[in-house]
Design a protein around this ligand. Structure first.
Ligand code: ADP
Ligand code: MG
Length: 263
């Protein structure tokens, strides 16, 4: 059995079936890319895996290290090692980045506000942040700002990867982390992800474009169209998409309209 198993997952949103039986297997140390045109169900997949309440699981199974996830709350899934970098990170006014990161980390360590021995110390916390903040070119001043408030698109995405670096998940879902990044940011983000790559960590890079895959070479690529995986293979699948786009599965006017919608 794989470390992370998605079996025949079917998910509906507002009564409409979006994912129509998706199966994927990711082992620790591997990087998988899920690519697909807009509206194919990529965010539905990432949100359903994390347990977003708007996404109804209609069937199938998801296992992380043999443990079934679908009945669990998002925080329980996170404690088991699952992480989601949002496509659209939300602003949390009144909560500083430092507070947010420390609280998330403490929750993971089982600190409930009582047993001080479990809480991360200030020095350890600073040391934990230093390397990823440096790689991601995140200025120290960010730590005293409210989560995502006034952050540019690229800054929000870098903050998502900083959270990942701090929380050290065993399975990371990165939903369009590349969108909204300028060419420098995409390098910093890729560098940070590549430095975490391997070992115990499995990564699912969810993306519309092949661009980020030039910096983070995936071991496997899956093409998701209309809620189904229509092709799986090695990194050569991304190279084919680079040339042909999704035209094999989606007719061009619809694809063009979807791109126009995104802009
Ligand atoms: P992708 O991430 O591949 O662009 P999504 O999973 O966001 O695709 O969307 C797939 C389909 O599900 C779209 O038709 C979209 O409108 C619908 N959908 C996704 N999330 C929601 C939601 N929260 N509410 C209503 N419809 C949604
Ligand atoms: Mg999406």
């Amino acid at each position: 059995m794989a470390d992370f198993e998605i079996k025949d997952l079917r998910v509906g949103v507002e009564g409409r079936e979006i994912l129509k039986g998706v199966s994927l297997q990711v082992n620790r140390g591997e990087v998988h890319a899920v690519m697909g045109p807009n509206g194919s169900g990529k965010s539905t997949l990432s949100n359903a895996l994390m347990g977003h309440p708007s996404y109804q699981v209609l069937g199938g199974e998801v296992l992380l290290n043999g443990q079934s996830l679908l009945e669990l709350q998002p925080d329980q899934r996170a404690r088991l090692g699952l992480y989601l970098a949002f496509q659209y990170p939300i602003v949390v006014p009144g909560v500083t980045m430092a507070n947010f990161l420390r609280t998330a980390l403490n929750a993971q360590r089982g600190y409930d506000g009582k047993d001080k021995a479990k809480a991360i110390g200030p020095k350890e916390f600073r040391e934990l942040l230093a390397e990823p903040m440096n790689t991601l070119r995140i200025d120290k001043s960010f730590l005293s700002r409210y989560v995502n408030e006034g952050f540019s698109g690229g800054e929000k995405k870098r903050a998502e990867i900083l959270q990942m670096a701090v929380l050290r998940p065993t399975m990371a879902l990165l939903d369009e982390t590349d969108s909204g990044l300028d060419i420098d940011s995409i390098k910093y983000v890729s560098e940070s992800i590549n430095s975490m790559r391997g070992g115990e960590l499995g990564i699912l890079i969810i993306t519309h474009y092949t661009r980020i895959l030039k910096f983070i070479q995936p071991d496997y690529v899956h093409v998701l169209v209309n809620g189904q995986v229509v092709r799986s293979g090695g990194s050569e699948v991304a190279d084919q998409l680079e040339n042909t786009g999704y035209s094999e599965w989606v007719d061009e006017p619809a694809a063009a309209a979807a791109v126009a919608e995104e802009v």
